[in-house]
Design a binder for this molecule. Structure first.
Ligand SMILES: [Zn+2]
Length: 162
């Protein structure tokens, strides 16, 4: 089982390394797509109202307060997911700031590549070393009755008997 896990991880690391090396963007494509969806979601909203350098009020279905300095929004999505919510994206774009300044570095292609830069070396193992011979049959343990009153199987009350 451990050898299967090892070989599966070895293959997974290799595939992800190849995949990551093919990306030309700075942010991982999955995150980039999410950000694009959030930008699209906020396009129909009114422009955010700026309160201070980092504080904004965004009117969508309900009013949310975005604090770009603290990477937070009252909807709570930014804090939970680590990437700006649609409200925050609306403020970032309206204020002319760079989106990448608000994305956690762990979502960058560079971090992704570093995560899978190490390879798991192949191991020369004969799988036959770990299998049991046919003579070695594992039998189940002996069952002993425990002291005390034995449990009875009760028929559930159908409600017809009074
Ligand atoms: Zn939000």
């Amino acid at each position: 089982m451990i050898d299967r896990i090892r070989s599966r991880l070895m293959n997974q690391f290799s595939e992800r390394r190849t995949c990551g090396n093919g990306w030309s963007s700075l942010i991982c494509p999955t995150i980039e797509n999410k950000l694009k969806e959030r930008i699209d979601a906020g396009k129909t909203w009114q422009p955010p109202i700026k309160s201070s350098e980092d504080l904004f009020e965004v009117h969508s279905i309900r009013t949310n307060i975005v604090d770009l300095g603290r990477f937070s929004c009252t909807c709570g999505r930014w804090r939970v997911e680590g990437i700006p919510c649609a409200h925050a994206m609306r403020c970032i774009i309206a204020d002319g700031r760079s989106i990448q300044d608000f994305i956690d570095p762990m979502f960058s292609v560079l971090f992704y590549r570093q995560s899978y830069s190490h390879n798991i070396p192949p191991v020369d193992v004969d799988i036959g070393d770990f299998t049991t011979a046919h003579e070695e049959v594992v039998i189940p343990p002996e069952v002993r009755n425990q002291p005390g009153r034995p449990k009875t199987n009760r028929i559930p009350n159908s409600g017809l008997v009074q």
